[in-house]
Each structure stands twice: as structure tokens, then as C-alpha cells.
Ligand binder design. Structure first.
Ligand SMILES: [Zn+2]
Length: 311
């Protein structure tokens, strides 16, 4: 199963406690693939579909909890796509029944309805619940090991603008772009994706995300450290090449005897061990010398060279 499916299934199992949030989330879940048809005896039938059993169960429970409506869930096989099944949820409304639900969903006032009824998402808790419902229906998220990407896909133009505004009120700055016949709201920064998962209470997904983020940032640190060590090594080698050249010219001019006794051994060791660090050369000296002691004597050699060779 894909990471996105895991997250949608996880969210389908989160049941909001408050009535206000339950209504908001139900409205989001029914914002897609929902039809209202005239039924027998002046009643109506509300039909929707869900892509997973968990989502269908959630719609069933929310209809019961919030509006006291009983629904039936059925399995619908999609013949065109092998093994792909989805679920139908159907509510038969007697005349006059379910008016509150239809109002909340904006199904009764077609001419003036807004994509999201503002009263449903006044409170922050309800905004978060609404966003959760939207993700279950329209969300996609890349697995955290890959490129950071979360998107919500819409086929109409009004809802995405309102969802974007809702996300903005929750502190999530999201962008909208077009793809074929759809509009997408998307997030690309890992911090924002983590914020989104936290807001919709996808705690497992959040944990998986944070773990990968930690591993990634550790790997970056190690890479930086390796780069840094490589740079240091390159500096050491550059310096050594200069020192060897300088010492060879010095010896050609004044000979080993021309150098102060304390610098002779160091001069020879540097030529013999061009790849060694000062610390390593210090250990070869007799008696051994510290790194800073070697650096000090090397400086004296350089000063001598500067005087004698007109460097
Ligand atoms: Zn609420």
C-alpha cells in the first residue's frame, strides 16, 4: 500500500469528538461524489461513494452521530479496474427529513450556495476536521523518503480557493496550481507538511515523517563533515607541496649543514613524508614534538627561506 493510502486510512479512523467538528468533517467528506435524487413519495435519496471501507464506515457513523440518520453501505465492484472496489453510502430521506444536513451541505440553496458554509468552519477545531475530510477524499502525499509533496485535488474552481483560505487561517500557506482539468493545492516544504499532518491528527504519518526527517538531516550533517574533512586534507597537501619545494630550494642553496641543527631533522622528515600532518611528523621527531611545536619550527624554516632565497 502506498504511503498516501496509509495516511488516508489512518485519517478515516480518526473520529472527532465534538458535534461541531463531526459536521464539518462530514461536509468535507460529502463534498465529492455526492448526489441528491428524488425518492419515492416525495422523499429524497442522498448517495455518495467512498474509496475505502474505513471511509464508508466513517460517513455512516457521522451521519448517525450528527443528524441521527441511518444509512446503508454497499460494496461496489469496479469492473474496469481489477481488484479495485469502492463503497456506496445511501441515505433515504423521508419528506421533511434531513433538512439540517442538506442546509449544512449547501444542497438546498443551489443558486447562492458557497462551497463551504462558513458556520461549519468558524472554529479552529472544525477547520481542522474539515481539512481532514478533504484529505481523505482528495489528498495525496509522497512518502517522506522521496521528495516532499502533499496535494489536494479539486475538479471545481470554487472549493480550492476556500480550502486555501481555510488553510491560511490555520497558519498553512499553500499554493494552487493547475493540472489538466484539475486544480491542486500543494505543499512542498517538509515543515508545512508536518504542520498539516499535525493539524489533521495523522499521528502515525507524522511520526514516520519526523523519523525520516531526522535521518535525512543526520545524513546531511555527515556529508557536510566529510566535505569539511576533505577540504582540510586538501589544505594540508597544498601546504605540504609548498613546504617541500621551499625546503628543497633551501637545501640546494645552503645544504643541510647551513640549517640550524634544530630544523635539520624536520626539513628531512617533511621531504620524506609529504602526506603527513604536523602531528604525525611531530611523532617521528626525536624527541617527539607537539603539533604546535612542529608548526613553530616550520615557520622558522619559512622565515629562513624568505631571508636566504629572497621569497
Ligand atoms: Zn469543532
Amino acid at each position: 500500500m502506498s504511503f498516501a493510502t496509509d495516511v488516508r486510512n489512518e485519517l478515516a479512523r480518526v473520529l472527532p469528538e465534538r458535534k461541531c467538528c463531526q459536521k464539518a468533517e462530514l461536509a468535507a467528506l460529502l463534498s465529492l461524489r455526492t448526489k441528491l435524487e428524488p425518492g419515492a413519495g416525495g422523499g429524497m435519496t442522498l448517495r455518495t461513494t467512498a474509496e475505502s471501507a474505513a471511509t464508508a464506515r466513517k460517513i455512516y457513523s457521522l451521519l448517525k452521530e450528527t443528524y441521527g440518520l441511518s444509512s446503508t453501505v454497499s460494496v461496489l465492484e469496479k469492473k474496469r479496474f481489477k481488484k479495485s472496489r469502492h463503497y456506496g453510502v445511501e441515505v433515504v430521506l423521508q419528506p421533511g427529513e434531513g433538512q439540517e444536513l442538506l442546509d449544512d451541505l449547501g444542497l438546498t440553496d443551489a443558486a447562492h450556495r458557497r462551497a463551504i458554509r462558513p458556520a461549519l468552519v468558524n472554529k479552529n477545531c472544525c477547520k481542522r476536521a474539515y481539512l481532514r475530510g478533504i484529505f481523505i477524499n482528495r489528498g495525496f502525499i509522497n512518502r517522506p523518503e522521496g521528495a516532499y509533496h502533499l496535494e489536494l485535488v479539486f475538479s471545481d474552481t470554487r472549493l480550492p480557493a476556500e480550502v486555501q483560505k481555510l488553510m491560511h487561517r490555520l497558519g498553512l500557506e499553500a499554493k494552487i496550481s493547475e493540472r489538466k482539468n484539475s486544480l491542486l493545492i500543494y505543499l512542498k516544504e517538509s515543515e508545512k507538511i508536518v504542520d498539516f499532518l499535525r493539524l489533521v491528527e495523522a499521528s502515525h504519518a507524522l511520526l514516520a515523517f519526523e523519523n525520516v526527517r531526522i535521518v535525512k538531516s543526520m545524513r546531511n550533517q555527515v556529508n557536510r563533515q566529510v566535505n569539511c574533512e576533505t577540504a582540510n586534507l586538501a589544505n594540508t597537501v597544498d601546504a605540504s607541496v609548498r613546504q617541500v619545494e621551499m625546503i628543497e630550494r633551501l637545501l640546494a642553496k645552503v645544504g643541510l649543514k647551513g640549517l640550524p641543527p634544530s630544523l635539520r631533522e624536520l626539513a628531512l622528515l617533511r621531504i620524506e613524508h609529504p602526506d603527513s600532518t604536523f602531528k604525525e611528523i611531530g611523532m617521528l621527531l626525536d624527541p617527539p614534538l607537539s603539533k604546535s611545536g612542529v608548526a613553530y619550527r616550520m615557520k622558522k624554516l619559512e622565515n629562513l627561506a624568505a631571508d636566504l632565497l629572497d621569497l
